[in-house]
Ligand binder design. Sequence first.
Ligand SMILES: O=P(O)(O)OC[C@H]1O[C@H](O[C@H]2O[C@H](CO)[C@@H](O)[C@H](O)[C@H]2O)[C@H](O)[C@@H](O)[C@@H]1O
Length: 259
Amino acid sequence: METDDVPIGITLQHYAFFFDIDGTLADICSRPDKVRIPPSRLSVLSGLAGAGGAWGVVSGRPLAEIDALLFPLRVPAAGVHGAQMRADPHQPMDTALMPLPSTLLRQLQNAVAALPGILVEQKGEVAIAVHYRACPQYEAEVTKRVEALVRADTRWALQHGKCVVEVRPAAVDKGKALRALMQAPCFAGRRPLFIGDDLSDEAGFAAAQALGGKGIRVGEGHTRAQHRLANPDALEAWLKRLMTPQGIRACGNEREDAS
Ligand SMILES: O=P(O)(O)OC[C@H]1O[C@H](O[C@H]2O[C@H](CO)[C@@H](O)[C@H](O)[C@H]2O)[C@H](O)[C@@H](O)[C@@H]1O
C-alpha cells in the first residue's frame, strides 16, 4: 500500500491514539536501557488529553518500563506485545499467561552465550529478547539458534524486530492488545489510530484498520499503514500541530470527519 507523508483526516477528538515506544516515541539507540523519551515529547503527550485526545501505549516492553519511560504519565497500556495488559491505569496489570519455562530460558541463554556482543533481555516472566545490534553479523545465526529451541512448541512465537529476535507467547500480538484496550470506557466512540515503526506493529495497524481506524508507520520500510511520518521528531511535531486549531484545518481533518 502507498503511504501518505502527511497523515490527513485525523482529529484528536475522534481517534484513540495508540503509540509504540522504541522507534516511535523514543529514538532507537544502542541498548534498551539507554532509551529515554525526550522531555519535549512527554510534554506534548501530557497535553493530548486536555486538547480532547485519548491515548495509550502498545509496546514490546514490560509495563514497568513503559511507566518508567513515560513518568510521571501513566496511561492505558499493553506490555510485552499484549502479554501484560492494563486498560485502567489505576488498576494492576493482568498477566494470566503462562510464564516461559525456566528450562527454556536457560536453553535460550546458553544458545547465544558464546556469541560476543549479544544482549539477552528478559521481559517479565513471559518473554525474552535476544539483541544483535552490537553484532549484526550474527543475525542469521541467532535467528537459527532461537528458532530451533521454540519451533516445536506452539505456545511460543518468534517476534522479529529491529536487530532483535524475541520469544513471546503465541497467544498475544499487538493487534489483539489494541482490540482489548479499545474496550476501555475512555476510548468509547473513537476510532483507533495505531502508530509504530517495526514488524510487530503491523498487527496493530491491521487491527486498527479492521475497526475502522488507521495506521501511521514511523520511518522507512514496507507497511500496511496508510500514513507515514519520517521519525519520532516528525511525530512529535505532527502531534503539536494537531493540538492547534490551525493544524486541524491544515491537516484537512474537518473534511474526512464530516463525511
Ligand atoms: O514495541 P516497542 O515499544 O517498539 O518495543 C520493541 C522492542 O524495543 C526494544 O528494542 C529495540 O529498541 C532498542 C533501544 O533503542 C534497540 O537497541 C533494539 O535494537 C530494538 O530492537 C526493547 O529492548 C524490546 O524489548 C522491545 O520489544
